[in-house]
Each structure stands twice: as C-alpha cells, then as structure tokens.
Design a protein around this ligand. Sequence first.
Ligand code: NAP
Ligand code: 12T
Length: 336
Amino acid sequence: MRVAVAGATGAVGREMLRILEERNFPADEVVLLASERSAGRKIPFRDSELTVSRLTKDAFCGVDLALFSCGASRSIEFAPAAVKSGAVVVDNSSAFRMDEGVPLVVPEVNPDAMAAHQGIIANPNCSTIQLVVALKPLHDAARIRRVVVSTYQAVSGAGQAAVDEMQAQVEGDAPAPEKMPHEIAFNCLPHIDVFLEGGHTKEEKKMVDETRKIMGEPHLAVSATCVRVPVYNAHSESVNVEFEESVSPEEARALLANAPGVEVVDDVESFSYPMPKDADGEDPVYVGRIRRDDSRENTLNLWVVADNLRKGAALNAVQIAEALIEKGMLRAAPVK
Ligand code: NAP
Ligand code: 12T
C-alpha cells in the first residue's frame, strides 16, 4: 500500500510519521508532501530517510491512502485530485467536516459513519475529539441533555511556528506576536481561530457543530468557550454535563474506565488527576475530577485531557485508516 502524507513537515504531519512507524502501519511506501519551501528536505522514517516532494495534483499517482494536514485551503485544492487518482483521503482540516457525504469520524464513537464515504473522511477538531470520546459512554448510559465546555488549549494546536513563537517569548527574546493574536507566554487568550458574527469564535462553533454530527444528535445543547493557554502540548477541558437521568460520579467513573480510548485518572487523595504534561506523547483521553455539580440535578463535572497532536489529530487519522483497512474499505492498488 502506498500512503501519502500531505503536510509531512508540520507539527501534525511529523506526529503522523511517528505514529505510522510506532503502530507498524502496513505501508509499503510513504510519500511525503509539503510546500515548495520544503521540497528536497530529508526526514527520517523507519530505517531510512524520505525526501519531501512538493504537493501537486499529480503527486497522488498510485496512492491508496492520503493523510492531509496542510491547512483547509490546500485540502480544498488538492484532496479532490487525490480522490480522482484513486486514493481515500483522511483530512485533518476543517474544509469538509460539516459537508454531507463526508463522514466525520472518531473510531471509538461513530465507526459506522465511515461506510458512507465518497473518497474523503474528515478528522474532527482536536478539542472535539477528546470531548466526544469522554461523552459517548456517558450518553449511551444516561442520555446527555446539555454540555458546557471550556477549553485550555495548547500552543502546538496552532502549528510549529506558534510553538517556536512561545518558546522565544518564554526565553525573553520576544518579537511582536505573529502566530497568536497577543503574547501567549504567561497569558491566556480566549481567542482561537477567527471571530464570527454573534461573538463566538470559529473554534467554539466547530466544537458545537462537530460534537452534534459525531454523536448523531443534531439538537444537542452544547456551549463552548475556547481558550489558548501557555502549554506546549495537550489540551485540557472543563466539562459540565447535564443528563436526562441520574448518574453518580461512581457510575460515571465505572463507565469511563470501561470505555475504549479512555483512561480514568481520578484519585484526589493522592492528588491524581489528568495534566497536560502527563498526557503529552500518550494515546488515551484522560478523565478525572469526576464530581457532582451540586448546583443542578443530574449534572456532573469532568476534567478531560489529551495529546492534541496525537488523539486530537494524527493518531485519530491513523486509527481511521486502520479501521478502513479492517473493514476492507481501502482497496490497495498494487505498488508500482
Ligand atoms: P504546521 O506545523 O504549520 O504545518 C503546516 C504543514 O502544511 C507543513 O507541512 C507545511 O509545509 C504544509 N503547507 C503549508 N502551506 C502549504 C502549501 N502551500 N502547499 C503544501 N503544503 C503546505 O501546522 P500543523 O499544526 O501541522 O497543522 C496542519 C493542518 O492540520 C492545519 O492547518 C489544520 O488544517 C490541521 N490541523 C488539524 C487539527 C485537528 O484539530 N484535527 C489540529 C491541528 C492541525 P512547509 O513545511 O513546506 O511549509
Ligand atoms: N485554529 O483543525 O489553532 O479546525 O489550535 C485545529 C486547531 C483549527 C482545526 C488551533 C485551529 C483547527 C486550531
């Protein structure tokens, strides 16, 4: 099987290469694509080095699977060409997520949605992925009525250049912010992606719309506030969940402990709760601080943390690809 990684030099693309290698993904050949700026660059993969090529419409010849993470405008320009060449595209951008006919998939939550794909499967927003992995087992047990979520999002979500910008600020060598709307070091910015009419940000709207689509609940009440915090990697979320039926913290803990992709870290006696430093580099969605919201009936509070570059992006995309293979939905063309 021939696999293309479009955006291979970026924060998500490099994580994809690590994950393909770690999981021994059945790729006979991996094609690395990025902008003209990176063409010719060499990147270590498995026991050798691969050379980056420029992303063009004819770069997908013989490619069976194309993992895209090079921004929405590149996805719009090049993903249809990849599909035309016979590849199945797993797209990390927001370009197609809400399109009818494009499944938006988290394998632990809605694996069956994949079957309807027409060449493109969308990978959800990082903050949405970790939220729905934690909500699904609770919803199945007690039906969620309303979710209020506040995020504490790491800088790595905004790309490698944003990480470099914060690093320079932390070291005291701070040029004017370019990748962030204000200085992020030692600060919090309630501003991720662009502002929309009504005062929400697009990141907040993505969380509402994508959560409804993935959970198959088009009218679920979801309210989101998305905040960038000076953390290098792994997003955290404070989640208030109101249920139709009563669920105790003990029941929620047991449901989450048995849920795929979740690890419960919740022992306040030993000061055990999820933290971004512990989630960095790991696969699970960590849930802790599970407790009643005493101000409201049938309502719990949770604290949910995951590595946004792994489960929030690269890992989820590779898991989608693995599920496609398992379901026989990725027909590998013979390697030329
Ligand atoms: P990044 O570190 O800035 O990397 C961007 C990548 O895109 C690099 O490989 C870059 O190549 C490539 N690229 C940029 N312009 C290009 C062009 N004109 N033609 C071809 N390639 C081009 O960003 P990142 O954090 O990895 O994110 C990449 C994309 O993934 C985002 O734009 C977003 O769509 C998606 N994403 C999704 C999630 C999610 O929530 N699931 C999270 C983060 C990102 P060069 O090195 O050559 O510039
Ligand atoms: N603006 O894929 O800046 O929709 O952290 C993911 C992360 C968009 C996306 C970020 C963003 C996406 C960010």
